[in-house]
Write a protein that binds this ligand. Structure first.
Ligand SMILES: NC(=O)c1ccc[n+]([C@@H]2O[C@H](COP(=O)([O-])OP(=O)(O)OC[C@H]3O[C@@H](n4cnc5c(N)ncnc54)[C@H](OP(=O)(O)O)[C@@H]3O)[C@@H](O)[C@H]2O)c1
Length: 264
């Protein structure tokens, strides 16, 4: 995918999980990299490894995307003098817990800020430049959570529904422009996501076998390269994404709540 003069991929959430894998895939494709997240030492180690292994340029730009205006700053710094051919909106987080619980708002607010607001700011900036140029790819990491309301993880599911909807709509707006938007919808995947207080490790979801971050990222990257609009990874996840279309919404919501319940 590398282009004349050196194309760049901007990857958020590159310090862990899926983001690290996207960085490796982009470097393998000969793209120069801008890696962003909060954990700078992890980004620096990854950057050094990728420079050595793939002879690409790698720049680290730390950003806390839960902070207002950080996404805008990240885009301005990342795009200054660089042609960003690929944007991977991967940074994301969630919280397992009911909205009616008094605690949890800082993490719920951060989920909205990162999964919704920052992702939209970066996508907006990217597609304006890409459309003017007539080429570019956006990979938004949504989730199968985007297909169904998620009791006990309500804010997270709502953020992913937003990102999925946004991706599909903008992909249509960009039809024929040379710019594609792909929403990757993984199910539970073996990363730090469930080790953090995203799901507190005790839901039925986390007791099911989880695919590796490497395999999920590879499927998403390949879908992005094809310009596929929505990529749901894994047969079980495709069923979970399809069932809500033929099942009454209250039943879907009730069943999802059972899967996301913290204590069994
Ligand atoms: N794992 C799953 O089961 C699963 C399933 C479906 C979708 N997803 C989605 O996949 C994406 C990647 O998650 P993952 O599974 O790889 O989880 P992860 O291992 O927890 O990685 C999350 C990444 O997001 C970054 N991040 C979190 N808060 C941030 C903030 N305030 N500012 C900037 N970066 C922030 C983290 O970097 P720092 O901590 O260094 O800032 C980290 O690199 C997320 O959007 C997630 O919703 C995950």
């Amino acid at each position: 995918m590398a282009g004349a003069g050196g194309d760049w991929a901007l990857i958020t959430g590159a310090s862990e999980g899926l983001g690290r894998e996207f960085a490796a895939l982009a470097a393998r494709d000969g793209l120069n990299l801008i890696l962003s997240a909060r954990q700078v030492p992890k980004l620096e180690v990854l950057a050094a490894d990728l420079r050595r292994a793939h002879r690409v340029e790698v720049v680290v730009i730390p950003a806390d995307l839960a902070e207002a205006a950080e996404a805008e700053r990240l885009w301005q710094e990342a795009s200054a003098g660089r042609r960003i051919a690929v944007l991977v909106n991967n940074a994301g987080l969630g919280r397992n817990g009911d909205l009616a619980e008094a605690e949890g708002w800082p993490r719920e607010a951060a989920s909205i800020a990162v999964n919704v607001v920052a992702a939209t700011v970066l996508m907006k900036r990217a597609v304006v430049e890409m459309a003017a140029r007539g080429s570019g790819r956006v990979l938004n990491v949504a989730s199968t959570a985007g297909f169904l309301p998620g009791p006990h993880m309500a804010v997270y599911h709502a953020t992913k529904a937003y990102l999925l909807s946004l991706s599909e709509a903008v992909a249509e707006e960009l039809r024929g422009s040379g710019v594609t938007v792909t929403a990757l919808c993984p199910g539970p995947t073996a990363t730090q996501f469930f080790a953090s207080d995203a799901a507190e490790g005790a839901t039925l979801v986390t007791r099911l076998g989880m695919p590796s971050a490497q395999s999920v990222a590879a499927a998403g990257w390949a879908a992005m390269r094809r310009g596929q609009r929505v990529k749901i990874t894994g047969a079980t996840n495709r069923i979970f994404a399809f069932l809500p279309r033929i099942t009454p919404r209250p039943i879907v919501t009730f069943m999802t709540g059972l899967f996301l319940k913290r204590r069994w």
